[in-house]
Ligand binder design. Structure first.
Ligand code: FAD
Ligand code: UDP
Length: 368
């Protein structure tokens, strides 16, 4: 029987917004519901003092996929921002990601050959590790002791709330390691920030589509389900199945925002604090994402924390234990022919934005 909507979409983040946009373009009727009081999910930006504040952490769009890049640029223009974070370790400053500038700052080496020899020396005692089993082993094999102890261990253990020996190795492979003087945090071909903020991007995607804010799917599931032939769910997969196999672990964050009566606090959008004694992992100075010249500035300290009841789930913890639980939920999800599970929370994957865009477009394609 044909119901009022073709698709009920739960969540107005990138996945939900792209799915709704594409299906509406194909003549389908969509209703988007959102638990929060605003659209855009974790990429949400809010204008304060003329500055677009990344309310749920710094978001830099990067991709090597031209289709994805052209897709997001078809909604709004992106600027030329290139992420080049600085690491502060006990007051010493280092360039990130690990590159010739970092090696010079660490050891005074000036050529790639000198750097290579120094790193070989630093890695020598870990040569026996042929298949790194965890982040600590992976980091030691990649860059050796000094880099691990000054730039990785403290940050990683604060970020994930557990010893680096209990964190999957793939997480550190996200970061480039190169023998050139190149401080670009990403290896991707395309990079930037939407001019006017991410909320403008998602607003454009959702133009003309019915949206209900402040609606929690689970508070009225039966009634909401009855409105549509199909459901697209972008929330937590364990919550969808009422935690019947237990809770999946996530890392949460507490954002501490401050408006400062000065034009420039740290001279860079992102400064990481890599020592373990300082509780936050990074300070974001939002105006630098858009080369702002406002008289004031806004900074945010990012404090990682455990996810307890009522906290937002930011980072899936893709270790073996959680992956086993996720697979059980996925089996249930696969049995539901009219419900699509998509995005970071519903697929329990450490997706970046470009991967969510690609995934949403792929799922749209599979509907045809
Ligand atoms: P979300 O944005 O989480 O959207 C899901 C939406 O569903 C939310 O709005 C939520 O409120 C809603 N929802 C959930 N449950 C319900 C319910 N029961 N009822 C109604 N609504 C519900 N990626 C990058 O590419 N570059 C970066 O620099 C980057 N930095 C990041 C920094 C941080 C701190 C974090 C946490 C992530 C970062 N990411 C970054 C990843 C990026 O945020 C995600 O890939 C992307 O936003 C995921 O989109 P999504 O639609 O899957 O999920
Ligand atoms: N990392 C680190 N030191 C840093 C920055 C990152 O050790 O100064 C490690 C840390 O384990 C982190 C991972 O690299 O979880 C991935 O970093 P990224 O910046 O990609 O994380 P995200 O932006 O997703 O929080």
């Amino acid at each position: 029987m044909k119901k009022e909507y073709d698709y009920l979409i739960i969540g107005s983040g990138l996945f939900g917004a792209i799915f709704a946009h594409e299906m509406t373009k194909q003549g389908k009727k969509c209703l988007v519901i959102e638990r929060r009081n605003h659209i855009a999910g974790n990429v949400y930006t809010e204008k304060v003092e003329g500055i677009n504040v990344h309310k749920y952490g710094a978001h830099i769009f990067h991709t090597s996929n031209k289709v994805v890049w052209d897709y997001v640029n078809s909604f709004v223009e992106f600027n030329r921002y290139t992420n080049s974070p600085i690491a502060n370790y006990k007051g010493e400053l280092y360039n990130l990601p690990f590159n010739m500038n970092t090696f010079y700052q660490l050891w005074g080496v000036k050529t790639p050959q000198e750097a290579f020899e120094k790193i070989e020396e630093q890695r020598a005692e870990y040569k026996h590790i042929t298949e790194p089993k965890n982040l600590e082993e992976q980091a030691l094999v990649l860059g050796g002791k000094d880099i691990y102890e000054k730039l990785i261990k403290g940050y990683t253990e604060k970020q994930w709330g557990r010893p680096a020996t209990e964190i999957p190795a793939f997480i550190i492979r996200r970061l480039p390691f190169r023998f050139t003087f190149d401080n670009n945090y990403f290896n991707d071909t395309y990079q930037g920030i939407p001019i006017g903020g991410y909320t403008a991007l998602v607003e454009k995607m959702l133009e003309g589509i019915e949206i209900k804010l402040n609606v929690d799917y689970f508070s009225d599931k039966e009634n909401l389900d009855s409105l549509a032939n199909n459901v697209v769910y972008t929330g937590k997969i364990d919550e969808y199945f009422d935690y019947q196999f237990g809770h999946l672990d996530y890392r949460s964050l507490r954002f501490e925002n401050e408006i400062l009566d000065q034009p420039n606090y740290q001279g860079n959008a992102v400064v990481n604090y890599t020592e373990s004694q300082i509780p936050f992992t990074r300070i974001i100075e939002h105006k630098h994402f858009e080369f702002g010249t406002q008289p004031k500035t806004i900074i945010t300290r990012e404090n990682p924390q455990d996810m307890t009841e009522g906290q937002e789930a930011y980072y899936p913890i893709n270790d073996e234990k959680n992956q086993i639980v996720y697979e059980k939920y996925k089996q249930l999800a696969d049995q539901l022919s009219n419900v699509i599970f998509g995005g970071r929370l519903a697929e329990y994957k450490y997706y970046d934005m470009h991967q969510v865009v690609a995934r949403a477009l792929e799922v749209v394609e599979s509907q045809n």
